[in-house]
Ligand binder design. Structure first.
Ligand SMILES: [Zn+2]
Ligand SMILES: [Zn+2]
Length: 403
């Protein structure tokens, strides 16, 4: 028997209902905010991700599904969707249209990770990317979209973790300071952090290694990590975001260690956490990436976005029961049953029947599982031209001339 590949899962039944509910919540919230849906290919040239996600990230270093086709181009299954949407934004000249341009997406992503609880090699993300505005009100807008979607899905106990990574100017000073204070401890930091030290020292703060954490806790290191390094302009923007969150009654928490796993972020980075089901879970993460469009060959364009893990979110929302059909037609007269089903479907009702006309009891049993009403067509019904309609919840039965 051929089975689904390790780290991949078929989506059906309740899980599919949850996926659809999540996408529907997204569609409603995004549409109400003038965000258009975009679908980009699931594979792109490898260079897009190497340049767009960042070659100091775990994603690019260890987790990409890369393959060569005969013409020789190296292709990669998308490990995330920001790089693809940025590529599309540049390719189709969206920068010529009055900004901001807002896009959302929903689809599968691929990372070659060791499969474990909550981690799959093919997983799904829904996300939003907004181009062409450096206003902090755009930052707060995208955070609000995230919160509205989660609320629509019944997650109410939400908390936003937020940080500013600064702009190109002030961030460089911070990087220099971090590198200087960590230099004496390089041999104690893990191999990943040693690699990040050259390529993207801020990512070191993201390290979960015990030994690395111990070094971050040293007084002199802590002092640098928690220093107020951001410039006046960055500070002003960050304050607006925080004030607006308070005004909206959103619980938030400034977390200086929040840098997110990707290389391209600047200024705003954030995560939305839910306290549903007892434990705290980050369900949405994102931030500003003002340099990425330029870095991938477009005109310099400020941008901000987020993504959510659909599988993780699905595990947090309440159980959903499949909606029942309006009618199930029970009859040994297949032609008559089929005709009735077609008539019901055409009039906008949902209906099904048994194409093999099994025994009455078998058909009724199926009807009780999937439908609200059974339409029974027997000898008498055909002879006298009526339907027997049975309410499958109460058992009540009536005769009707028309459905
Ligand atoms: Zn700055
Ligand atoms: Zn480390």
């Amino acid at each position: 028997m051929i089975k689904a590949e390790r780290g991949t899962k078929d989506v059906f039944d309740e899980q599919m209902l949850k996926f659809e509910k999540i996408e529907r919540a997204g569609r409603e919230v995004f549409t109400s905010a003038n965000v258009q849906k975009i679908s980009t290919p699931i594979f792109e040239v490898t260079e897009l991700f190497a340049r767009g996600v960042g070659d100091s990230t775990d994603i690019v270093n260890k987790e990409m599904y890369t393959f060569k086709i005969h013409e020789g181009n190296s292709l990669t299954l998308r490990p995330e969707n920001t790089a693809g949407v940025v590529r599309a934004y540049i390719e189709h000249g969206f920068s010529r249209i009055s900004p901001p341009q807002k896009f959302w997406y929903f689809g599968p992503m691929f990372r070659y990770e060791r499969p474990q609880a909550g981690r799959q090699r093919q997983f799904h993300q829904m996300g939003v990317e907004v181009f062409g505005s450096d206003s902090p009100y755009t930052d707060i807008e995208v955070i609000t979209l995230a919160i509205n979607i989660l609320k629509k899905l019944g997650l109410n106990d939400l908390e936003v973790e937020i940080n500013s990574l600064g702009c190109a100017k002030c961030r460089d000073n911070y990087k220099t300071a971090i590198k200087a204070v960590l230099a004496p401890y390089l041999d104690k930091l893990c191999p990943d952090c040693n690699m990040r030290y050259e390529k993207n020292p801020l990512r070191i703060l993201d390290c979960k290694c015990e030994e690395c954490q111990r070094i971050f806790a040293l007084d002199n290191v802590k002092e640098v990590i928690f220093s107020d390094f951001i410039c006046d302009e960055c500070k002003e923007q960050f304050d607006i975001i925080c004030n607006e969150l308070s005004a909206l009654g959103v619980k938030y928490n400034v977390n200086k260690l929040l840098v997110r796993g990707l290389d391209y972020y600047n200024r705003l980075v954030f995560e939305v956490k839910s306290n549903n089901l007892g434990s705290q879970n980050a369900v949405i993460g994102g931030g500003r990436y003002d340099g990425l469009v330029g870095q991938l060959g477009g005109e310099a364009t400020p941008a901000v976005g987020w993504a959510l893990g659909v599988e993780r979110l699905a595990s947090l929302i309440p159980t959903i029961e499949a909606e029942k059909l309006d009618y199930f037609v029970v009859s040994k007269y297949t032609t008559e049953a089929f005709k009735t089903v077609c008539m019901l479907r055409e009039s906008g009702k949902s209906a099904d029947f048994d194409p093999k006309s099994r025994k009455f009891n078998k058909q009724l049993e199926k009807a009780s599982k999937v439908a609200k009403y059974a339409v029974i067509i027997g000898e008498d019904e055909i002879a006298q031209g009526f339907y027997t309609v049975k309410n499958l919840e109460t058992g009540e039965q009536v005769q009707k001339k028309e459905l």
